[in-house]
Unconditional design. Structure first.
Length: 509
């Protein structure tokens, strides 16, 4: 016993920061916790057993993923193979089994190098996603009927995507050290479970989540490498480099940003250059297809096109969508440089990807996966998250019912065009709602549940608690606080230790 240090001699740095308990102040989390025994008490022994938050959330995520697989059972047992509209009426469609034969994997064709029969001459996916698809085809038994092979191909991909889902849950849970239970937002997101195996988007989402964890840990090179790999799997992750540039500009963190940028470029080139050099036509198909693709499902451009006698051309939509996206980028830049406190990285990551989704000419239902981890980090409030998720689930059902209507002939089973337009509008409004509350949190930091708990930017890495070196407009003046908001004012301009934070505000949502 004599070798044990006394309380007085123990450094303060060895104490773990207080973990925020969502059931303390989040009304929805508190109500939902009644299903498992009620809110956590102040004498609860947290983190003292094998059942740590990370392990619990990872298992919940895998369980929800499994429920999503069960939801696809009607298609697995026949709807993918028999009847044009039954896979839509059961809302269990997936690209994966259809593309096994449609993109040459069943015939052993090499993606990007071998031409495909039919209208699509080459695989229209980025290189790293193509590698993922090819590896899954290697693991698929080549014996049996084509239906058996497609079923196996979907199951193999589902297993690989389940691993991606677990990685996402773990990374998001660990990104905000004091808020591990926010990872339950990811694990329990209904729209994520429903869309996880429609396509291969979870690969890029997992790499992006891992990249953000690395940035939160101050590892800018690892962040860049992972983000470059994510961009090699899907285009959207590169958008995060824009707001990060503005944040590093405001904080004067040029070296860290340069390291991240170089890492991203090199990682992207390592994946893409071999295919670009030896099979340029196949490599470029993803980019030419994205450019030439017309107005498609889920966008407000489709509502416009289907409600006018003179729909806009693809070139016009491309130009207008690009201009709208640039306008959104300009608004985000103004927000970063003029906000009373430098915004959190996760907030801007969510806003830039949401802007891309809202202005794009197509919105496939699995694109919601891009936003789920970012939303959980940007606005970890159960009420707002579930409102948005409800809108996305409604859209998920709406698109399949619309496709059932268009493929059922004279029977017209499903949702007509006007009804589908309302489903699109609901998706757009739900995403806009979440954008609005995130912008409000940026302009009025006391509304931000993360900063209200005593943190500055736990996903910001070197930006967390950093001083501002370049600001514009109102940011040079005392911060504007939310009117009639009965909470302590948020302190910033320097890093606060967990032990010195106000106990009345720490440890709650």
């Amino acid at each position: 016993m004599c070798g044990m240090p006394s309380a007085e001699s123990t450094p303060a740095s060895v104490h773990e920061p207080d973990v925020v308990r969502p059931t303390k102040d989040d009304e929805v989390a508190r109500s939902g916790s009644e299903l498992i025994g009620g809110p956590v008490g102040r004498r609860a022994l947290l983190g003292t057993s094998w059942w740590t938050p990370v392990r619990i959330i990872a298992l919940v995520a895998i369980g929800m993923f499994a429920l999503g697989l069960v939801q696809k059972a009607p298609c697995y047992n026949g709807a993918w193979f028999f009847g044009a509209s039954s896979q839509y009426t059961h809302a269990c469609y997936s690209d994966i089994p259809h593309l096994y034969q449609g993109r040459g994997f069943a015939d052993g064709l090499v993606p990007y190098f071998d031409k495909l029969p039919g209208d699509m001459q080459y695989l229209e996916y980025p290189v790293l996603t193509g590698v993922f698809m090819e590896v899954a085809s290697w693991l698929t038994p080549g014996s049996g009927s084509i239906q058996d092979q497609e079923q196996w191909y979907w199951m193999v991909n589902a297993g690989m995507l389940m691993a991606c889902a677990a990685v996402i849950a773990v990374c998001v849970t660990r990104t905000h050290a004091r808020r591990p239970w926010d990872g339950l937002l990811i694990a329990l997101a209904p729209a994520a479970a429903l869309t996880a195996t429609i396509n291969w988007d979870l690969l890029a989402v997992a790499l992006t989540a891992a990249a953000m964890l690395m940035w939160a840990r101050g590892r800018s090179l690892a962040f860049g490498v992972l983000l470059g790999l994510a961009t090699a799997a899907k285009l959207y992750p590169f958008l995060l480099l824009g707001p990060l540039l503005l944040l590093c500009w405001r904080a004067g963190k040029w070296r860290e940003y340069g390291t991240a940028l170089v890492g991203a470029i090199v990682a992207w080139l390592v994946v893409n250059l071999p295919v670009m050099f030896f099979a340029f036509d196949g490599w470029s198909k993803f980019y030419t297809f994205s450019q030439e693709r017309g107005v498609d499902f889920g966008s407000f451009w489709l509502i416009w096109s289907q409600n006018t006698s003179n729909p806009p051309s693809t070139e016009t939509v491309n130009t207008m969508a690009t201009l709208l996206m640039l306008l959104c980028c300009g608004g985000i830049a103004a927000l970063v440089l003029t906000a009373p406190r430098r915004p959190r990285f996760a907030q801007l990551a969510f806003l830039i990807v949401a802007a891309f989704i809202l202005t794009n000419k197509v919105y496939s239902p699995q694109y919601v996966l891009w936003l789920v981890p970012l939303a959980a980090l940007a606005r970890p409030k159960w009420r707002d998250f579930l409102i948005w998720q409800a809108c996305e689930v409604a859209y998920f059902l709406g698109i399949w019912m619309y496709l059932a209507y268009t493929t059922s002939g004279d029977a017209h089973k499903g949702l007509p065009t006007d009804g589908y337009h309302w489903a699109i509008a609901l998706h757009l409004l739900g995403t806009l709602y979440l954008c609005v509350v995130v912008v409000r949190d940026i302009l009025m930091p006391e509304r931000d549940v993360v900063r209200r708990a005593g943190d500055d930017d736990p996903s910001g890495g070197v930006l967390d608690g950093a001083e501002d070196v370049f600001v514009l407009g109102p940011a040079a003046h005392p911060p504007r606080h939310a009117a009639h908001f009965d909470m302590p004012q948020v302190e910033w301009g320097g890093r606060r230790s967990a032990s010195s934070s106000d106990p009345s505000t720490g440890g709650s949502l």
